[in-house]
Design a protein around this ligand. Structure first.
Ligand SMILES: Cc1cc2nc3c(=O)[nH]c(=O)nc-3n(C[C@H](O)[C@H](O)[C@H](O)COP(=O)(O)OP(=O)(O)OC[C@H]3O[C@@H](n4cnc5c(N)ncnc54)[C@H](O)[C@@H]3O)c2cc1C
Ligand SMILES: *[C@@H]1O[C@H](CO)[C@@H](O)[C@H](O)[C@H]1NC(C)=O
Ligand SMILES: *[C@@H]1O[C@H](CO)[C@@H](O)[C@H](O)[C@H]1NC(C)=O
Ligand SMILES: *[C@@H]1O[C@H](CO)[C@@H](O)[C@H](O)[C@H]1NC(C)=O
Ligand SMILES: *[C@@H]1O[C@H](CO)[C@@H](O)[C@H](O)[C@H]1NC(C)=O
Length: 667
């Protein structure tokens, strides 16, 4: 055991030659005939976080056979753009027209001057984690405790979920000089140290990062300690999903699939195949899910696979409700309008949709930013990265300067009257008026919960993110606990067409007020020391955009999605418009679960990767019948694998051996 750990430490500690990374064997199958008509224990739709975490954990038991069907390809033709962190910004994949993006656009948004917003979603093995921005931020204790209360199941409270956050995490604390420079505090108990997802701090450090936290302190927002440990108020330099040794992206495929695919013959991934429908056995009174129907691109052939245990839907915030609707699970009216036979009339499917949206203020700066580097300089920086000079290359980093700010710091003396208005507006303001009663009841439940546990409790309502990758210093403001709710519905019988997405952004009048006060707060931030020392002048929208009306116009014309849509298959009681119960089982049918970000019932003040990894780790345990994190074999395995202290012990041991060797004259 010790020897294995020692070898692991030695091999991961040595730098990974970049060229070698591209040679990893990746044998995902693309021939649908190889699985057509076959039976597996579990069949899963979608190879994002939900699909790959679930498949990996279930196939730890060699007797469990799992098939995952993914619409996208593996992305080997764009390997650098997946693996090299800053390529995600400077040469991103989720652009319109890319084969690796679903090309989803919202309906015209009434409150956004009729704009249709792009909703990027990865169509690729690894899902959106292959194309996302690598920021690692975590939801907080109060949010999880509120979640547990809503679904009346303590299994979702903070204490129960923390072991699942630790399970996927392999955290590398920052080197001590970086730690001091950026005032990073690490609480060991909040972290996992041998999970599959690498979380670390980039080796390239923009000097303006060291000004971030102190500026918030000077504004009166003292930072909680480690933002992974249940509270997240204040300014932080947050880590990324980056391997500390190679500085390459760590994502659902590199963590949960590639390390096991050649050793687990019980795990099959079929890529480039679109799931169109769930199949049911309807011979008894309650329908039983027993397989999936899918097509492959460029053919009209329909293929079938069977599941003897369960079918798992993991298509993400748009894909999962769309698959349910196409299969006859959803609001009767929408299904009948598209000639889909109703299997379960479940009004909540596609409802409760919520997303973070953001607006930015840009400043001319004396600080270095990547967006104004010449093409030649960028080529040079990319070469530095490929040569392993990570600390000198902007390609090592998506930046981690993020802050979470509560309402009363934004609104000051106006906070109380705003909260009173929120209370008075509780019943209707979120609703378009046409939702079924169950859905409205869910709106009230989640609204009340947010008001009590977030708005009134002094938890963060906005995120501010410092962007060093443009040609100016940008401060991106994103609302985290919006009260607007939207809807996804079937608009076509053609399964290759995306469902209709109407997030109804800013339909609740409170959301634009929060955004407006957040933009004003950014101006205070930019004029506060020490950050103000690198700020020259406001470039956009410009200092003359000042009145409520002008700021509203700026918000309506410029906000974009922060790419965190959720809740379209919400985990809520059925009478509150829920789609899955607290064991992620779809109401009204047997042997069917949804396991992905679509099930998150409430807004959270964080990017969604971490909560989704934790949710899916727990989902896999629920399938296996484990009620608590400590019940599962993977938990025991990882606990014996190497706690932080044993890793430190081994590093110390190596150091001592080396010192001994040197002193003995062998050097
Ligand atoms: C551009 C972008 C940037 C982001 N940045 C960050 C960030 O910095 N930090 C962070 O924490 N989060 C970020 N996120 C959010 C995060 O990546 C997602 O919340 C997370 O990946 C959701 O996981 P999921 O499993 O629910 O869905 P996904 O990861 O989207 O996976 C769903 C999978 O199902 C497949 N699928 C869907 N429908 C079908 C079908 N019918 N048949 C077969 N397959 C199907 C999809 O192709 C996809 O592979 C970002 C997202 C995007 C798009
Ligand atoms: C932090 O490091 C940067 C260089 O990356 C340097 O410019 C800055 O002075 C340092 N700040 C502190 C407080 O040590
Ligand atoms: C980039 O911007 C900084 C700050 O405004 C400036 O000092 C620098 O000259 C710019 N570099 C280039 C290449 O334009
Ligand atoms: C279904 O939609 C796809 C994508 O828009 C399109 O290429 C295809 O022709 C459509 N099929 C039918 C039968 O309309
Ligand atoms: C409350 O509702 C009124 C009427 O729609 C609206 O003008 C006001 O902005 C709302 N305030 C909040 C905080 O929701």
């Amino acid at each position: 055991m010790k020897f294995i750990s020692l070898l692991n430490v030695l091999s991961t500690a040595s730098a990974f030659p970049f060229s070698q990374f591209n040679q990893f064997k990746r044998s995902v199958i693309t021939d649908a005939n190889q699985v057509n008509d076959q039976t597996f224990d579990y069949v899963i739709a979608g190879a994002g976080i939900g699909g790959l975490v679930t498949a990996n954990r279930l196939t730890e038991d060699e007797n469990t056979r799992v098939l995952v069907i993914e619409a996208g390809g593996q992305g080997d033709d764009v390997r650098d753009r997946i693996d090299i962190p800053a390529e995600a910004y400077l040469n991103g994949l989720p652009v319109a027209g890319s084969p690796y993006d679903w090309g989803i656009y919202t309906e015209a948004q009434d409150e956004l001057n009729g704009r249709n917003l792009h909703w990027p979603r990865g169509k690729i093995v690894g899902g959106s984690t292959a194309v996302n921005a690598l920021y690692m931020t975590r939801s907080i204790k109060d949010e999880h405790d509120a979640w547990a209360e809503l679904v009346d199941d303590d299994g979702w409270n903070w204490d129960s979920l923390l072991p699942y956050f630790r399970r996927y995490e392999n955290f590398s604390p920052p080197a001590s000089d970086l730690k001091d420079n950026l005032s990073i505090e690490v609480k060991d108990s909040a972290h996992g140290y041998d999970g599959p997802i690498q979380i670390s701090f980039p080796q390239y450090n923009y000097p303006q990062n060291s000004l971030w936290q102190e500026t918030f302190n000077n504004l009166g927002v003292e930072s909680d300690s480690d933002p992974f440990s249940g509270k997240n108020i204040g300014g932080y330099i947050t880590p990324n999903s980056i391997d500390p040794d190679t500085q390459l992206r760590s994502y659902a495929a590199s963590a949960y699939l590639y390390p096991v695919q050649n050793t687990r013959s019980n795990l099959v991934i079929l890529s480039d195949a679109l799931v169109t429908r769930i199949n049911f056995d309807t011979s008894s009174s309650k329908p039983v899910a027993n397989g999936l129907t899918f097509t492959t691109s460029g053919s009209n052939n329909q293929f079938q696979v069977y599941a003897s245990s369960e079918v798992v839907i993991a298509g993400g915030a748009l894909g999962s409700p769309q698959i349910l609707l196409q299969s006859g699970i959803g609001p009767r009216e929408n299904l009948e309008s598209q000639d889909v036979d109703v299997v379960v009339d479940l009004p909540g499917v596609g409802e409760h949709v919520q997303d973070h949206i953001s607006a930015t203020i840009n400043y001319a700066t004396t600080a270095p930013v990547a967006g104004n580097l010449s093409d030649e300089e960028l080529d040079h920086q990319l070469q530095l990265f490929k040569d392993g000079n990570f600390a000198r290359s902007v390609y090592s980093t998506p930046n981690g300067a993020i802050a979470y700010v509560p309402l009363d710091d934004l609104m000051g003396d106006d906070t109380d009257s705003f909260l009173d208005a929120l209370e008075a507006n509780m019943t209707d303001a979120t609703s378009s008026g046409n939702e079924p009663e169950q859905v409205k009841s869910g709106y009230r439940a989640t609204y009340k919960s947010d008001l009590e546990n977030v708005y009134r409790a002094g938890n963060a309502v906005v995120e501010i993110l410092m962007n060093n990758l443009g040609s100016n210093l940008g401060f991106q403001l994103a609302i985290q606990h919006p009260l607007s709710r939207g809807k996804i519905s079937l608009g076509s019988q053609n399964a290759s067409e995306n469902a209709n997405v109407d997030p109804r952004y800013l339909s609740h009048p409170a959301d634009i007020q929060v955004l407006r006060s957040g933009l004003r707060y950014i101006r205070r931030l930019a004029s506060t020391e020490p950050l103000s020392s690198v700020i020259e002048s406001e470039v956009s929208p410009g200092e003359d955009v000042m009145s409520d009306e002008d700021l509203n116009d700026y918000i309506r014309s410029s906000v974009v999605s922060q790419y965190h849509p959720a809740s379209s298959c919400a985990m809520l009681p059925r009478e509150n418009g829920g789609v899955v119960d607290s064991h992620l089982r779809v109401y009204g049918v047997d042997n069917l679960r949804v396991i992905d970000s679509s099930t998150i019932p409430l807004p959270i003040a964080a990017h969604h990767m971490q909560i989704t990894y934790a949710l899916c780790e727990k989902g896999a345990d629920l399938i296996r019948g484990y009620e608590k994190a400590s019940d599962s074999p993977s938990a025991t395995e990882s606990e014996s694998g190497g706690s932080l202290s044993s890793i430190i012990d081994i590093k110390l041991l190596i150091l001592m051996v080396m010192i001994t060797i040197m002193y003995n004259g062998l050097y």
